[in-house]
Design a protein around this ligand. Structure first.
Ligand code: SAM
Length: 284
């Protein structure tokens, strides 16, 4: 009998993925975790009924979460990833030669262990890199307590229905702001504007209270069904999201022009061009 796994994120819209082979299906200390093979998306991990990562399209989400803020910042040395236990964002951060230290704070150590076992190509050695530090802790607590200052903070967390889902908590964003070095950038996984409009509107609304510049950018990841994914963006300098293609090309060349599958300087600049229905959420 075929097994179909249903995504249960949205109230009135559901998709099902065929599990050709289930590799893991169990409750961790924090959440329900299933990993399975699917003909169209490759290997897929879902947490609490929500697609997190698939081997066929992970490059879109991970490249766009890391390279847009790192190239915009231009000289990020100390980077914090909150969540991100699959290691994909960490892998992309480490491709920046200036990033001398990358801390990954993941609440659920079993996500890291299972992803290292079943998705080794996603972290691709990033967890063993000398520049990497892994902290198993609630990211909200970590940023509240840390004395460190980070140039870029990337919130690669689950939607706010998960174990800790960091988004939508003003105190958390305020702590992120405090943990940013001057000139720092905060980027958050902010859901699908079409189906999760209030999530983006609320996050960017909080950013506006805390930062000089609050915005979002978008990228289409096929396995996040229902819209392009939005990334929340907060910094104190709106120049950081207004560089020209030429300026980003120059920074990319200076970083060694490493190969990418989705991000490039033109995509980088275009990602900030938001359609009006998203601008309405971001500028409300
Ligand atoms: N790209 C994904 C998506 O579709 O939203 C998110 C990646 S997934 C690896 C997100 C990770 O965030 C999960 O491993 C989850 O355990 C972790 N997470 C959730 N809440 C967290 C928190 N409060 N602190 C640290 N990690 C958290």
């Amino acid at each position: 009998m075929d097994r179909w796994v249903e995504e249960t994120l949205h109230g009135g819209f559901r998709v099902r993925l065929k599990a050709d082979k289930v590799l893991f299906d169990s409750q961790t200390e924090h959440q329900q975790l299933i990993i399975f093979e699917n003909k169209d998306f490759g290997r897929v991990m879902m947490l609490d009924g929500v697609v997190q990562v698939s081997t066929k399209d992970e490059f879109v989400y991970h490249e766009m979460m890391a390279h847009v803020p790192l190239f915009a910042h231009g000289k990020a040395k100390n980077v914090l990833v909150i969540g991100g236990g699959d290691g994909g964002v960490l892998r992309e951060v480490l491709r920046h030669p200036d990033a001398s230290r990358a801390t990954l704070c993941e609440i659920d150590g079993s996500v890291i262990d299972l992803c290292r076992e079943h998705f080794p190509e996603i972290s691709n050695g990033a967890f063993d890199n000398k520049r990497t530090r892994v902290v198993i802790a609630d990211g909200t607590k970590f940023v509240a307590e840390t004395d460190e200052r980070f140039d870029v903070i990337l919130v690669d967390s689950t939607d706010p229905i998960g174990p800790g889902g960091c988004a939508l908590h003003e105190e958390f964003y305020a702590d992120c702001r405090r943990a940013l070095a001057p000139g720092g950038v905060l980027v958050t996984q902010n859901g699908l504007p079409f189906l999760q409009a209030s999530e983006l509107k609320q996050s960017v609304g909080y950013f506006r209270e805390l930062f000089e510049d609050a915005f979002a950018y978008m990228a289409t990841t096929p396995s996040y069904f229902g819209d392009a994914m939005s990334y929340g963006w907060a910094s104190d300098n709106d120049d950081l999201r207004q560089y020209t293609v030429g300026e980003i090309e120059w920074r990319y060349a200076a970083a060694g022009a490493f190969p990418t599958k989705y991000w490039n300087p033109r995509v980088h600049v275009a990602a900030f061009a938001l359609p009006n229905y998203v601008l309405d959420l971001v500028e409300a």
